[in-house]
Design a protein around this ligand. Sequence first.
Ligand code: SF4
Length: 336
Amino acid sequence: MVKKSLCGSTAEEIFDLIGSSGFSFAHAVSISNSIYKKRISDISKFEQIPRQLKEKLLKISYSGIYSPLSSEVSEDKSVKYLFRSETGKEFETVYIPDNRRNTVCVSTQSGCRMGCSFCVTGRYGYKGNLTAGEMVNQIIGITQAERITHIVFMGMGEPMDNLEEVLKACNIITAEWGLALSSRNVTVSTVGIMPGVLKFLQRSDCNLTLSIYSPFSEERKKFIPAENHYPVQNIIEVMKTFPVKKKRRLSLAYVMIKDLNDTEGHLEKLKYILKGSSIRVNLLPYNPGLNDQNCSSSPEKMHFFKHNLIVSGISASIRKSRGADISAACGLLAIR
Ligand code: SF4
């Protein structure tokens, strides 16, 4: 008999496991609380369930909570973790403390098959999808789990390429019986895979951010091959017209590369395609990989973009780069 991982299971799925033996949905919620809120990896120590239920669980399931293999600490106190799943897939997770906002950057795949030219993860290749349990364990399996306030699905992988498991992980993270985080504090990032974006917008309340690199389709194709199938303008049109619930945030991530995508022409095109929308633009410094001749736009150029977007009525902010010295920054995760 194949044992089931409790981490990655919904309360309903746990009830399906135990209901036929006379246990109630309230017992399933107690089990969920032991896993997701108390992060107890030893089933015999689960709280508020009878001994007979623990014995049954030990026969048919395992907690699915495990620790990372190793970690590296950045000068800015970000921590990069390396995990290996029970099936041998390796993937990285980054914990980013910032005053009262503590974020975990979660991977959704081991590697990635999107092949974006500026991304080191893309060059690492694709080793497999992660399960919802493997995603949630990146949050509850690290030592700072108790302090986490925000989750971003921006680690290794394209979330829309593993959408069902990502949706399930978002459900577990935001459910009362799960981690009970607000969907406003959970953001999923994509390079824009249209079928996935549509499903995600309809089936989740979590935030969505679209990584664009360039507002010009022909140029974007050189950076992001997915542009050949799903033009960025069409994705932005969907984001502009989708009826979003109050406080749900749809945004663009614009990584700024000196002399490549930071010209006035890029700025004007960005303003044009975002006109009249409430989509926010997050401007990010570029993190060059090894032997990369490109470098980030200057802080002055980034402020110029931000100022111009704001005076055009487009919400914009500049995000700091975190963990670059340990290759934990955006686009640098690649298992060394
Ligand atoms: S940028 Fe994202 S989608 Fe593109 S290769 Fe890197 S991880 Fe994959």
